[in-house]
Design a protein around this ligand. Sequence first.
Ligand SMILES: [Zn+2]
Ligand SMILES: [Zn+2]
Length: 105
Amino acid sequence: MRGQCDCGNVTVTIPELPSEMNACPCEFCSRVGARWGYFKRDTVQVDGKTDVYRRATRTIEFHRCSICGVVTHWHEPKGRLPHMGVQMLNFDRVVIAEIPIVIEP
Ligand SMILES: [Zn+2]
Ligand SMILES: [Zn+2]
């Protein structure tokens, strides 16, 4: 299934719905209202130009649409993490409403 940012420039295709969404309570994720679904990196396709933010000294890249600025996903480009995070609020709200929310840093 496919989600997109507010303007449609960036699309994110996931293989299936996640079993839960993480409302990560860290400062960055709280500010952007994240509901992360976690997926193996090679199962997610992202199309469209994004800009990147690397928080503090961490190696994780947060991606946002280069036009509308909506956060779409994060990943760790050096590949140490096997998974990536997808902002599930960019998907159909009716569909994701059934997914339980967890809060884990
Ligand atoms: Zn956009
Ligand atoms: Zn966070």
